[in-house]
Design a protein around this ligand. Sequence first.
Ligand code: ADE
Length: 248
Amino acid sequence: MDLRLRLTIMRNFTKIFIMRIDIIAIFPEMFQGPFTESIIKRAVNKGIVDIQLHNLRDYSTDKHKKVDDYPFSAGAGMVMMIEPVDNCITHLKSQRDYDEVIYMSPDGELLNQPLCNRLSLKENLIILCGHYKGIDERIREHLVTMEVSIGDYVLSGGELGAAVLVDSLVRLIPGSIGDEESALSDSFQDGLVSPPVYTRPRNYKGWEVPEILLSGNDKLINDWKLEQSYLRTKERRPKMYEMLKKNV
Ligand code: ADE
């Protein structure tokens, strides 16, 4: 469903949309900072998102709570074992249906605004954070439904990527941001990057705010903002700009 349509429906029927996100990780404490501040904190407190952290070690049947083992083939690094992951996912699935089981991986689908929009419409998500050299491939084949990367670089684990993904989704849930329209006018939302913004003072050390923004003429200001967005998109995201031109 289109994001604007969803927002309209939410407003008209005042239905409370609750998204549930279950995160499976070896280092769940890593989410303490990102999830206890700002927009995510407010959304959790308002009850519009329910984020549950699961320590993978709690699902290990090994007496040392082991969750990794040596790879079958030669090669450096440990591999995340299938059994604890399967135990955790099976336990969660026994409680509710999930729309996606997402594995955070550097070779997953690259996270961008259209993907955020798509995932923000889901109700129940599981996010699995990898570590070590990777996860047993059978987890990817049989348990995971999609893989997401936050960029073409390798992190030490999936936790930071999962925090980025959750932040990008939560800000799109109606009610998480004071003015819902502001999420719609974010950079990339219309295939354009945002125009520059200014605040007081009008003149700081001789650095002036563009005169047009002080004109009070809404039409001129909106035209200027759009023009700036186009110029910035052309300069900073040339591929996105080409796509825009094709779609006009
Ligand atoms: N885990 C390691 N690197 C990652 C990346 N770039 N995106 C998502 N998860 C990851």
